[in-house]
Design a protein around this ligand. Structure first.
Ligand code: ADQ
Length: 490
């Protein structure tokens, strides 16, 4: 079982994220807490179990009016760590979650500033909710002195904890999405406050060295007196009264879990069934949340160009596009589903023959067996976001490719491109013709090249899995600054 290297005398850890790692629900016996799946939960749970600790977050539903004490205690006994739910009202969800987090920070940090709604009431509610999280942490007896806060929803919690003079030894923050360059970030009226809040942590983690570099550019712009000692993947910042570290930690996936599952006979059987269902064609796979950053329309258009330019691909490939619903209440997402369906319809109408259709579109969530079967069977995965912090689908595909038969087509704007450039076929998703050509290359690649590229990819994804990521972050967070400055000096 993975555990941190200093687990013996380790302090309990508190993890804070917008959502708790569980779903609360009501069954015949009453109230129940069910663990949810996902990379972050999988990575943090063993660490929390090892060291003891607490996870603070929104349970995804209102916990008012019901007594959740008993089911939460039962969960703590079973999992080895406790949960602290923070309640959010509908007004919070509208203005903090759908508002500031997903209509300001998400689009801006991904480079879609035209979709930003810079509304002061969103900002005010964002601060209110961050304060509520901080208060919850400050008042809880379960919360220890080592706290790790996750993602763009909760940037201000650290600063608020410092203001409340909470007795914290180590305070870390990890941003799961990209950090924008200064020229983009400057469009946000609250840029200075956001940068200042990030400087309240002992360790600020980013997905890639580029995100780190962008952050340092924003710090230099907002706080010209801050001294920065730069390395390639890390930096030490001196803000006058204190020093902090900023560093790139590319998140990974649970390689062994995906790989082991993909090897199971039931997954192999499901993969064969899927192939029969789709016909004797090479499967191109897309797996995405329904999000404008994922480049779904651009991908479909690239396929359209590929079918137009390379007739040999007709009746040879089928794109199996799986889309999971997401943020349906946020304005910019509502029209995307319609546009996607129209585009699928147009391409199918244009190229389908009596026995073949170029796209199979599926809207909904699938379980891990089904997902493993798709990953295992696909001749190529088309992971072509317009911008992405990391993109775990790319790594899950690689981990599930136990037959080393497939090709990863990867956007150069996904954080994962920095680690996977050698084995993947990189493409610029805005360049539809180049992406079309990359699709053709992936389909026509010989078995030897596919196997050697996939072997390279599997090595990287195995070595830098999600446990590696979490342990490295916690180790660095707990390392005193005077011990070592930058990880890799320039
Ligand atoms: P996301 O934007 O959600 O994450 P991603 O990293 O691709 O993006 O993770 C998506 C997850 O959802 C994957 O684990 C995938 O298996 C799952 N998924 C997608 N469609 C599904 C479906 N139809 N059924 C079941 N599961 C499905 C954010 C950042 C990323 C960063 C991660 C982690 O935007 O850049 O990689 O956090 O830090």
């Amino acid at each position: 079982m993975p555990c941190t290297s200093n687990a013996v005398d380790a302090q309990p850890l508190t993890v804070v994220s917008n959502r708790l790692p569980v779903e609360l629900h009501r069954n015949r016996e009453g109230l129940a807490v069910r663990p949810s799946s996902g990379g972050l939960v999988g990575a943090m749970s063993p660490i929390l179990r090892d060291r003891g600790g607490t996870w603070v977050g929104w349970p995804g539903c209102s916990v008012d009016g019901d007594d959740w004490t008993a089911p939460l205690e039962a969960f703590a006994q079973q999992s080895g760590y406790s949960l602290e739910p923070v309640n959010l009202s509908q007004a919070d969800i509208d203005a903090y979650y759908a508002g500031f987090a997903n209509s300001v920070l998400w689009p801006l940090f991904h480079g879609f500033s035209r979709l930003c709604e810079f509304r002061p009431e969103f900002w005010k509610r964002y601060l209110d909710v961050n304060r509520r999280f901080a208060l919850r942490l400050a008042r809880s007896k379960e919360v220890g002195s080592h706290v790790w806060i996750h993602d763009y929803h909760l940037i201000h919690v650290g600063k608020m904890l410092r203001t409340a003079k909470m007795d914290l030894e180590r305070l870390g923050f990890f941003l799961h999405i990209p950090f924008p360059a200064v020229d983009l970030c400057r469009r946000m009226p609250w840029m200075h406050q956001i940068v200042d809040a990030l400087l309240a942590y002992d360790l600020v983690g980013f997905q890639t060295p580029q995100d780190l570099h962008n952050f340092l550019g924003c710090v230099a712009h907002c706080m010209p007196h801050c001294e920065i000692e730069r390395g390639r993947t890390s930096a030490v910042l001196d803000v006058g009264h204190r020093r902090l570290r900023a560093e790139a930690f590319p998140i990974g996936t649970d390689f062994d879990d995906f790989s082991e599952r993909a090897s199971r006979p039931e997954v192999a059987a499901r993969a064969e069934a899927l192939q029969r269902e789709l016909g004797p064609y090479d499967i191109l796979l897309g797996v995405d949340r329904l999000d404008y950053t994922k480049g779904l329309i651009h991908r479909l258009e690239a396929l359209e160009v590929a079918l137009e330019r390379y007739p040999s691909l007709r009746e040879r490939v089928v794109l199996y596009q799986l889309v999971v619903p997401s943020r349906e209440k946020v304005g910019a997402y509502a029209s995307l589903k319609d546009e996607l369906e129209r585009t699928v319809g147009r391409i199918c109408g244009r190229f389908s023959t009596r026995k073949w259709s170029p796209i199979r579109y599926r809207y909904g969530r699938v379980d891990r067996v089904e997902l493993g079967a798709m990953y295992r069977q696909a001749r190529a995965a088309l992971v072509t976001p317009l911008r992405d912090g990391m993109n775990l689908v790319a790594k899950e595909y690689v981990a599930s490719q136990v037959d080393a038969n497939g090709v990863l087509v990867l956007s150069e704007f996904a954080g994962a491109a920095g680690q996977l450039a050698d084995g993947a076929l990189l493409t610029n998703p805005y360049d539809t013709e180049a992406t079309a050509e990359t699709i053709r290359r992936a389909v026509e690649m010989g078995a030897d090249e596919r196997a050697s590229r996939m072997a390279m990819l599997r090595e990287v994804v195995r070595e830098t899995d999600v446990y590696w990521w979490a342990e490295r972050f916690v180790d660095r967070m707990e390392q005193p600054l005077d011990k070592r400055s930058v990880a890799e000096p320039l």
